[in-house]
Design a protein. Structure first.
Length: 459
């Protein structure tokens, strides 16, 4: 071999590995076998995987299975991987063996090489770094740990968006505008009421995401290959989860049934569906903003979104609602990702799910995309301008206000008044003066748009 490669051996024989690579034979075989996509494991997944290796080493030492100098070397190496100092040593495609064994061995080989180089002690990828573990309990655990971290970051971003909505409600919440159902004029609402609805929807999604963390906190560590715990100390899962909780800064526990957590991926599917629900909510808000901003001359023109970039390569001066458009595309992607997670999560056969890497990829992509979209959409709301005069002009002359007269004059007469006002393009008040016995003062009181936003029956 030339100086660019070295020969490594595994149970299948020899394989040429790049000379400078920290990984070994099993990783190289996966590099050679799976050249399918440009997708690689997310930084949060690599962090979680390394934290699990560090926690496992500490647990094995505490349980008397791994000597102190060896565990110290493994723990230091795993911490370096968790910090992102060796991400280039994780070249594997997402589309690989369905258990993620290749990536588990990638971590074992890299951590073993780092530990050995640093300490001068022989460290074996399987016997030492992977002690008391299997890919089948490590990879599902890494999915849970990394997804939990991503969901917490998403939840923090949602708090910021809620604050952006609050600031806009405080500034413009009293503005009365035309409500719309079926995209057609309906009775008035305030901007505050419209935005409070957004807020309530988002709060529900945030609460749902937090509830989903409970399922993600249960890990199958200690179940090893099929859930029986073969080759692991009976207390390994409990002790490893305690150390992992310290490293990750959140509480994880060894699951009560490792068989279920290894073979089933319901907690992961649940997390995906909760992110899909948030995408549904954000899509609605994004589309509301697009409609409200439409025009500015021939559309609704109720608000003006912050001008972020030129909107056309041919039409000078055109500005597009790029922030809500970008957010809407994120939502479409997240909804598709959830379909993938659902299909993958049902692919457990007997004692193992065999689509774990694609579950990890889609969950973490969705959480990251949503975090970015939430920030962009929140900023768009915080920085929009409300076109008060245009809103007031449209609301005050809208014949749909006749709805408030129903308790006084009845639905049928109200419908006749509205139809005539539409047909003759006249104000509702003028037509009502001709077709009812109500005075101008009574009509002003009954048809006050601000009063109509408070509900109740006209008096």
């Amino acid at each position: 071999m030339n100086n660019e490669f070295r020969i490594e051996k595994d149970s299948m024989g020899e394989v040429a590995v790049p000379a400078a690579a920290l990984y070994g034979a099993q990783t190289q075989r996966a590099v050679d076998n799976f050249r399918i996509s440009p997708y690689r494991f997310h930084r949060l997944f690599l962090q979680a995987l390394a934290q699990i290796k560090q926690a496992s080493a500490l647990a094995n030492h505490e349980l008397g299975l791994l000597p102190e100098e060896r565990v110290a070397a493994i723990a230091e190496a795993a911490a370096a991987v968790a910090d992102g100092r060796h991400d280039g040593e994780f070249p594997l495609d997402i589309f690989q063996t369905g258990s993620g064994t290749s990536t588990n061995m990638n971590a074992n080989e890299v951590i073993a090489a780092l530990a050995e180089r640093k300490s001068g002690i022989a460290v074996h990828p399987n016997d030492d770094v992977n002690m008391s573990q299997s890919s089948n309990d490590v990879i599902p655990s890494a999915i849970h740990v990394s997804t939990a971290a991503a969901v917490r970051a998403l939840s923090r971003a949602l708090e910021g968006m809620l604050a952006d909505i609050d600031s806009q409600i405080e500034a413009t919440g009293d503005v009365v505008k035309t409500g719309r159902t079926h995209l057609m004029d309906a009775v008035p609402v305030t901007l505050g009421q419209e935005m409070e609805a957004w807020r309530h929807q988002l709060e529900g999604c945030r609460a749902g995401l937090r509830e989903g963390l409970a399922g993600l906190s249960q890990l199958p560590l200690g179940g090893t290959a099929v859930g029986t715990g073969l080759n692991a100390h009976p207390r390994f899962g409990e002790v490893a989860c305690r150390h992992l909780s310290d490293l990750a800064g959140t509480t994880f526990a060894s699951s009560s049934n490792h068989f279920a957590r290894i073979a089933g991926q319901e907690a992961a599917a649940d997390a995906g569906s909760r992110m899909r629900s948030l995408a549904v909510c954000l899509m609605k808000i994004a589309n509301d903003l697009r409609w409200m901003n439409s025009g500015p001359i021939a559309g609704l023109g109720e608000v003006t979104l912050q001008a972020l970039q030129p909107g056309s390569s041919i039409m000078p001066g055109k500005i597009n609602p790029v922030a809500p458009e970008a957010a809407a595309m994120v939502c479409a992607q997240v909804m598709g990702n959830d379909v993938t997670v659902g299909i993958a999560a049902q692919s457990g056969v007997f004692q193992l799910n065999v689509m774990l890497p694609v579950i990890a990829h889609n969950l973490l992509e969705s959480a990251g995309l949503l975090t970015g979209a939430v920030r962009v959409l929140g900023s768009a709301i915080a920085n929009l301008t409300v076109n008060r005069e245009r809103i007031e002009a449209a609301t005050s002359r809208n014949p749909i206000l006749v709805t408030a007269l129903n308790p006084v004059i009845g639905y049928e007469l109200g419908a006749s008044i509205a139809k005539r006002a539409y047909a003759e393009d006249r104000s509702l008040k003028d037509v009502a003066l001709e077709m009812t016995d109500l005075s101008a003062e009574e009509l002003d009181r009954l048809l006050d748009p601000a009063k109509l936003t408070k509900g109740g029956i006209a008096e």
